[in-house]
Design a protein around this ligand. Structure first.
Ligand SMILES: NC(=O)c1ccc[n+]([C@@H]2O[C@H](COP(=O)([O-])OP(=O)(O)OC[C@H]3O[C@@H](n4cnc5c(N)ncnc54)[C@H](O)[C@@H]3O)[C@@H](O)[C@H]2O)c1
Length: 300
């Protein structure tokens, strides 16, 4: 133990498997008391079990750490509240929350059902809101504020061919994080997002694989850092973390403009927009074209 989070209490969703488990173990190894949330579901969100959360608590205890399991469905408001109240009742405060729980229901947009849309938005986006909301209500009243860490994905910024629900949820999480950062700054609460890539059962589901990868344990140190006193000045940021690489995403900004006196007509826009404002090429198109070229080269 190196004590980077000594004395802190953190709650982590989706902490029973994959990246969440690695984050929970790393937080405990750095001295935090950990509330381990995991609904214990299959990749599509079905078949819940409390066993995976309990198993991580046992791992932490075997390493002489302190942890408690909460095997709730984090998309429910009551689950967010319970996660935070268990931390406060058991350990006296809540210094950090990390929302890692996630599921996938992949489908082309034109075939996606309402249920597939709702389940993914509920787990990722609402499952971040339920926890941030409950934690912020406690953190704003306690000395030292606190840290909120959401989990997004590159596809939340870039879009995804067959995961419109997932990409929309992940983009929403970045907007939620930025809103929390702005709204909670005066209470000493930071909010940041991590966009990881790591070998987990979820990554195994990405069609065509990912361009680069690493292990869940590679992602954990960055989350520990964001939860620590060393990162108290960092807020509203999104970081890619994969293998040995950490990268900062830019804040969206307008890149070009055109202005008219009065109101535009469609004809004026058609005449001026292509040359004056134009478009901003989607990075995902380059990525897809590169993948197609690789596949064609491999096939020839
Ligand atoms: N693995 C990657 O390469 C990658 C890439 C981009 C983003 N992410 C994000 O990182 C996070 C972790 O992904 P992972 O690869 O470790 O996935 P994983 O499937 O290994 O783990 C996700 C965990 O969340 C739990 N969970 C699902 N629904 C829940 C709910 N309603 N309440 C509580 N727990 C619930 C599951 O039981 C599971 O243990 C996810 O938010 C994912 O979208 C992962």
């Amino acid at each position: 133990m190196s004590g980077f989070l000594e004395g802190k209490v953190v709650a982590i969703t989706g902490a029973g498997r994959g990246i969440g488990r690695a984050v929970a173990l790393a937080c405990a190894a750095e001295g935090a008391k950990v509330v381990v949330n995991d609904y214990g579901v299959s990749i599509d969100g079905s078949e819940p079990s409390s066993e995976v959360a309990d198993a991580v608590v046992r791992e932490i205890e075997q390493a002489s750490g302190s942890a408690i399991a909460v095997a709730d469905d984090i998309s429910q408001m009551a689950a967010g509240e319970r996660l935070v109240s268990v931390a406060v009742e058991q350990y006296g405060r809540i210094d950090g929350v990390v929302t890692i729980a996630g599921i996938l229901r992949e489908r082309m947009l034109f075939n996606m059902s309402e249920e597939e849309w709702d389940a993914v938005i509920a787990t990722h986006l609402k499952g971040t809101f339920t926890v941030f909301r409950a934690a912020a209500a406690v953190m704003r009243k306690q000395p030292g504020g606190g840290s909120l860490v959401g989990f997004t994905s590159g596809v939340g910024m870039w879009g995804s061919v067959a995961q419109a629900n997932y990409a929309a949820a992940k983009g929403g999480i970045v907007a939620l994080v930025r809103s929390a950062a702005i709204g909670l700054q005066k209470y000493g609460i930071t909010a940041n997002a991590v966009a990881p890539v790591a070998n987990t059962r979820m990554a195994a589901n990405v069609p065509g694989g990912t361009a680069e990868t690493g292990e869940p344990e590679d992602v954990a140190p960055m989350v520990v850092y964001l939860l620590s006193d060393a990162a108290r000045e960092i807020t509203g940021q999104t970081y890619t973390v994969v293998g040995g690489r950490v990268a900062l995403w830019s804040q969206p900004r307008e890149v070009r403009e055109m202005v008219t006196d009065g109101r535009w007509t469609p004809a004026d826009i058609a005449a001026r927009l292509p040359a004056e404002v134009g478009t901003d090429r989607m990075p995902m198109l380059d990525y897809i074209e590169a993948m197609q070229a690789r596949a064609a080269a491999a096939g020839s």
